[in-house]
Design a protein around this ligand. Structure first.
Ligand SMILES: Cc1ncc(COP(=O)(O)O)c(C=O)c1O
Length: 492
């Protein structure tokens, strides 16, 4: 997690000696820098509602010194092309922003903490959000709303599932061994909890992946032993975009009575997910990526009954059963101690509804189109580039890990931003096992570009054209490698 690298942390590139202090939305009067290309989703729908207006970023410029030249107000700021949706989606739909403002200005209550109308209305927002999330992950009738637990982010959901499962076995079966199966493609939000638990005696088997980042389901299934308490795997890699055959693993896990935890950080909202047909017992997801909600939101879906083998990892107030000093056993209170991020959940509800209205299938079609455009326009090996991960668009999501034979990933990311305002990230992306698999650990990882529902084909073409121009000047830029690799932070 973390890793910094937010746009506000970037440096100024020009602008008359001014210091780039942050970012603000492009004002409504500014025409769209590159028109939306999708006929499926009119530009105004994708780009935040105001027809013909690009909702994007431009630098907020403050003079670093009053004697320095002021920025020229007539000078157009460079266009910003946000291709860091794997970290968090941007821009957020206007409906999400409205829902947050409306909740803060017109309600403000903490749900479950009072019987007055606003608190009751707040509880209804939470419930509605659980219901709509249930629709996203499977048939709503099969997903009772209380089986959706709100968390801080996807990391928090994964920690609850992993630590909660191990805690249950340690508490209820202290003499029995605990074994967990995982893969080489995991994010640190899985890897680090498992490493921490391994130091306490939990046995972990990590199944490898091929050069495209694909894990063979049979190898995961073969790694399951009688003492396996959990299988945990990522649905799609946040580095290579590789989509794993989670359904094949899930069905085998069901037959063996072993719970499957899936990290859907890069797929929920981007790819159809059906927890029942895919045999998923636990699904961890962020609210702030494919679901278009604000930062600080996420959740864990728990298959009915699976909660019986998960201990709470956090204890505290729930607004219910206040007479007891024990954590309630019923859901969702069992796993939701403390006041909710109500503003965030109000925004998340609007984001989930935005996704459901457009449909995940249509979003997937839009993103497959972007992947095809990228694969077509990417300058490729003749220009010194390598794209890691599958070349079949149906086997990947729109996350592209790029390396260049002469340029460090950090220098590449800096050049993309400086030349065309393309915002990507360089580094290991919190997935060291993936870079071991790709052989990119010692060379600074990869430069990652990632699409979202608001990305257009023009964005992709502009990024690929910039990559081509950069490779043509790779000799000059290679001199900047040190600067690039040391200043570009590793990303999540
Ligand atoms: C595959 C994967 N898993 C987990 C996470 C952690 O998500 P969050 O930042 O919501 O905690 C990320 C974040 O990028 C991710 O890409």
């Amino acid at each position: 997690m973390g890793g910094g690298g937010t746009p506000a942390g970037s440096r100024c590139h020009g602008w008359g000696g001014a210091v780039h202090t942050g970012w603000k939305p492009v004002p409504p009067s500014r025409p769209q820098a590159h028109a939306g290309a999708s006929g499926l989703f009119p530009r105004c729908a994708w780009r935040g509602g105001a027809c013909g207006v690009r909702v994007g970023l431009y630098p907020v410029v403050m003079p670093s010194n009053p004697h320095q030249q002021k920025p020229n107000p007539h000078q157009q700021p460079p266009p910003r092309i946000y291709l860091d949706n794997a970290a968090t989606s941007f821009p957020k739909p206007q409906a999400v922003l409205r829902a947050i403002v409306e909740y803060s200005t017109q309600n403000g209550a903490s749900p479950g903490r009072g019987a007055y109308a606003e608190a009751v209305a707040g509880a209804a927002v939470l419930r509605r959000c659980r219901e709509r999330l249930g629709e996203l992950v499977g048939a709503p009738a099969l997903v009772p709303p209380e089986q959706v637990i709100f968390t801080l982010n996807c990391t928090d959901a994964l920690n609850l599932a992993i630590h909660g499962t191990v805690a249950w076995w340690k508490h209820h079966r202290p003499d029995e061994p605990i074994h967990i199966v995982s893969t080489a493609m995991e994010h640190n939000s899985v890897l680090r909890p498992l490493t921490h638990l391994a130091a306490q005696g939990v046995r972990v088997t990590r199944v490898g992946a091929d050069a495209d980042g694909l894990v063979a389901p049979g190898e995961v299934i073969d790694a399951i032993r009688p003492e396996t308490r959990l299988v945990v795997m990522v649905h799609a890699s946040n580095v290579t975009g590789t989509v794993q055959d989670v359904g094949a693993v899930g069905r085998a896990c069901r037959e063996r009575g072993v719970p499957l935890l899936v990290d859907a950080a890069q797929t929920l909202g981007h790819l159809p997910v059906d927890v029942e047909t895919m045999g998923i017992d636990l699904l961890a997801f962020p609210g702030h990526k494919g679901l278009m909600g604000p930062a600080g939101t996420g959740g864990l879906y728990i298959r009915p009954g699976a909660e019986d083998r998960i201990e709470p990892v956090r204890h505290g107030g729930t607004g219910s059963r206040s007479e007891s000093d024990q954590q309630p056993t019923d859901l969702p209170d069992r796993f939701e101690a403390g006041s909710h991020n109500t503003l965030g959940i109000a925004g998340l509800l609007a984001g989930v509804e935005w996704v459901l209205e457009r449909t995940v299938d249509a979003i997937r079609r839009h993103e497959v189109g972007l992947i095809e455009t990228f694969l077509d326009a990417f300058p490729g090996e003749s220009a010194g580039y390598r794209l890691h991960g599958p070349t079949d668009p149906t086997r990947r999501v729109g996350v592209f890990a790029i390396t260049h034979e002469r340029l460090a990933p950090g220098a590449l990311a800096l050049a993309l931003e400086a030349r065309a305002g393309v915002l990507g990230r360089a580094g290991l992306h919190c997935a060291p096992g993936v870079h071991e698999t790709l052989g990119t650990t010692k060379t600074g990882g990869a430069c990652r570009l990632s699409v979202g529902p608001c990305t257009t084909t023009e964005d992709i073409r502009a990024a690929c054209a910039c990559l081509a121009a950069i490779s043509a000047q790779a000799g000059t830029l290679a001199g900047q490698e040190d600067r690039g690799s040391s200043t570009q932070p590793a990303s999540v």
